[in-house]
Design a protein around this ligand. Sequence first.
Ligand code: COA
Ligand code: ZN
Length: 292
Amino acid sequence: MKIYITEVAPRDGLQNINQIINTEKKIEFVNKLSETGVDEIEVSSFVSPKVIPQLSDAEEVFKSIKRNNNVIYSALVPNEKGLERALNVSVDKISVFTSASETFNLKNTNSTIEDSLSKFKNIIKISKESKKLTRAYISTAFWCPYEGKINPYKVKEIAIKLLEFGVDEISIGDTVGKASPDEVSELLEIILNDIHHDKIVLHFHTTYGMAMANVYVAYKNFSIYKFDSSAGGLGGCPFVPGAKGNIATEDLVYMLKRLNANVNVDIKKILMAFNVLEIEPQSYISKVINLI
Ligand code: COA
Ligand code: ZN
């Protein structure tokens, strides 16, 4: 199976940094990422600009990027207002997001999990009528900064509801970056009993250094082939204090290539795209790029 990579740096990465990256740089970043071989780019979020001011230029970015026909351009959408904004600028794929932790969901979106789900039902319906692809994130799926360890059956229950709404895929997020390979195996054993692996995307953060090991078990033992990653290893949620970036795209791709996976992303082009931001990359491969 060909590996499917969603490059999330323009959203997960840029939502969490203090520097303001100007709109032109974001556009150049996305344009360069479009030529790296990644399958999807999560370009921005149509969320409240008061909550995430870093991404308040989502419309301008979407209007100005040069689209590659082989790439899907997606964005986060929290509610109908966000959906309307996203549809206005022809986003290809609508990604809604909830959490497996009630406390985290309240802090992140000011709504309970149940309320999020009832909002999403309609958002997914309208998105599908508008011929858009759809994704739902379940964040803090392993650990929550406020509630501790999350019960995997809770994740499964939410995933099944979202799939019943017709969502195309579920991205299971280790937002805290604390999942261990055994915890990933436990969750996948539970959910893959009822959900096809085609529907599952994994989204790891590197806080405790286990993201690569987590991808390894998911890919090798459970045939998961869709992963989220971030150029330069940027990323993090403002509501998870201390969490580190997403697994770096260059590290993920390097490992998958060494495992002979079918992955077609150019590592050097990823780092060249990242250079546009003038930020120090947080990845292993960026330190040894001259050796590969
Ligand atoms: N886009 C732009 N503005 C929006 C919006 C959207 N999608 N949704 C709400 N707003 C605005 C409203 O117009 C309103 O503005 P006003 O105060 O000028 O009238 C204000 O935000 C409050 O609206 P309300 O519907 O009451 O939302 P809320 O305050 O309950 O916030 C969310 C709910 C979901 C919009 C907000 O918590 C949010 O954007 N969260 C995103 C968090 C995030 O992106 N986290 C990282 C990803 S994991
Ligand atoms: Zn994330």
